[in-house]
Write a protein that binds this ligand. Structure first.
Ligand SMILES: [Zn+2]
Length: 81
């Protein structure tokens, strides 16, 4: 019977270890994530305040496609010209 208790104890420790590693891993990846973003159309580097212009095209009830129109740099160029 004591073996079973030991097994449960080890299982509990393993669970706590996995939970801790997950928490550390998530917080670590958040810090490492680069803030710099680039426009896929023109390659301009966008700041936190600048966002990509995109429109959602709904194909049907379940499917929708996100169409990227551009960033403030290249989208304005298209509308002006
Ligand atoms: Zn752009």
């Amino acid at each position: 019977m004591t073996e079973f208790i030991w097994f449960l104890y080890l299982l509990l420790i393993a669970g706590v270890m996995i939970a801790l590693v997950r928490v550390w891993g998530l917080s670590g990846s958040k810090k490492k994530r680069p803030l710099k973003r680039t426009c896929p159309l023109c390659g301009s580097t966008l700041t936190q305040n600048q966002s990509l212009l995109a429109s959602e095209i709904r194909k049907n009830q379940h499917e929708s496609e996100l169409k990227i129109k551009g960033c403030p740099y290249c989208y304005q160029r298209v509308t002006d010209g």
